[in-house]
Unconditional design. Structure first.
Length: 369
């Protein structure tokens, strides 16, 4: 099967053609350069004119436990989740609508980051809020970066000779999360009701004392929309350093001795380490730590610095191994926890989701009686 995978992120838009589970073509744009949804889809379909399905990454799927084929009704439901993922969801919805306009005969499948975390135990999903708020089960922790986590779990199972591996998936991109995975299932994760919770990110604040936010809203004063813009687009590395939030920009400023950039890097690394420690206790043992995402791919020298204080957990990274290419082990020989750098593999997971959904739709029903 030939699947066109569309992966809208918070800082980039990636497309890939996946044929029989193997990526055979790629294209990517930073978001300011990507153009509108119709242009992106049109260019992708012109480049790869023969496709059997389109698979789109949706960051938020609500309570959906798996991928699904889209129609107008389903897109309308996913559009209502835009306030919970304002950096990602609008683009995914727009891409789906563009495919329907340009190639209405092609099946479109949505794969949800949140679905991987549908197995989170109640203690990890429940917020300590008034029970009348949480009784319906909607105001809870959902978790994100699920496609990346699912791929990490698959690859660790292939690469390590460990039965039922326990691992942490550290997704380090414009968005940052850490997830504890046992036997291929999510046990806890740093992101919550929205992709705003967790470590500091490129432009997102990560977790902040809600009392501080209430104080700012009262004293600024500031409304909800302005606060949303500040937390999603003007905080994190960008807000702390005065840059665009791209790690390359922050590191460049830090090398000049800029005190704000230096402080931003220390906060960023500290918050990631703190989440790694928190997620580790969700597992009964720790076999592996996976580093994935744009930072792991393009700033590998940062991994040794990140892991330096994590020896208490048995996590180490060899600086020379970090500078290699492709999926690789970066921990030193004899380390008690295997540290790996892996590609996100999201395009493979998107294609797999499309194949599973369409196979289920076309499989003949078993006879009854």
């Amino acid at each position: 099967m030939r699947v066109l995978a569309l992966n809208p992120g918070s800082s980039s838009l990636k497309t890939a053609l996946v044929q029989d589970g193997k990526p055979v073509g790629w294209a990517a744009w930073s978001l300011p350069e990507a153009g509108d949804d119709t242009t992106v889809v049109g260019e992708a379909l012109d480049r790869w004119s023969t496709v059997d399905a389109v698979a789109i990454r949706f960051v938020h799927g609500g309570s959906r436990a798996g991928p699904e084929r889209l129609d107008g009704l389903a897109i309308g439901a996913l559009q209502r989740l835009i306030p919970l993922a304002p950096l990602h969801q609008p683009r995914a919805v727009g891409l789906a609508r563009a495919v329907f306009r340009l190639r209405p005969s092609i099946p479109v499948v949505a794969a949800f980051d949140t679905s991987f975390h549908a197995t989170l135990p109640p203690a990890a999903t429940h917020y300590p809020l008034p029970r009348e708020w949480t009784r319906q089960g909607r105001l809870r922790r959902y978790g994100f970066h699920g496609l990346s986590c699912r791929h990490a779990a698959r690859r660790v199972g292939e690469l390590l000779d460990v039965a039922e591996p326990r691992l942490l998936c550290c997704h380090l991109g414009a968005g940052v999360s850490v997830t504890a995975i046992r036997d291929g299932w999510s046990m806890d994760t740093s992101m919550g009701f929205t992709p705003l919770e967790g470590p500091a990110m490129a432009t997102r604040s990560g977790s902040v004392d809600p009392g501080l936010l209430l104080h700012v809203m009262r004293t600024a004063p500031m409304g909800a929309e302005e606060m949303e813009d500040a937390l999603y687009r003007r905080s994190g590395l960008a807000g702390m350093s005065g840059t665009d939030g791209d790690l390359r920009s922050v590191l460049a400023s830090a090398t000049t001795g800029d005190p704000d950039a230096l402080a931003a890097m220390e906060v960023y690394l500290h918050r990631v380490r703190r989440e790694i420690g928190a997620m580790a206790v969700a597992l009964d043992r720790l076999d592996a730590v996976v580093f994935t995402g744009g930072v792991a791919a393009h700033q590998p020298e940062l991994l040794a610095r990140l892991t330096e204080p994590l020896g208490v957990l048995g996590i180490e990274a060899d600086s020379e191994r970090c500078l290699g290419d492709g999926d690789r082990v970066v921990s030193p020989e004899g380390a008690s926890v295997t540290a790996l750098v892996l590609g996100t593999g999201e395009e493979k997971e998107l294609a797999r989701a499309a194949e599973e959904v369409l196979a289920a739709r076309t499989r003949p029903k078993a006879p009854t009686g």
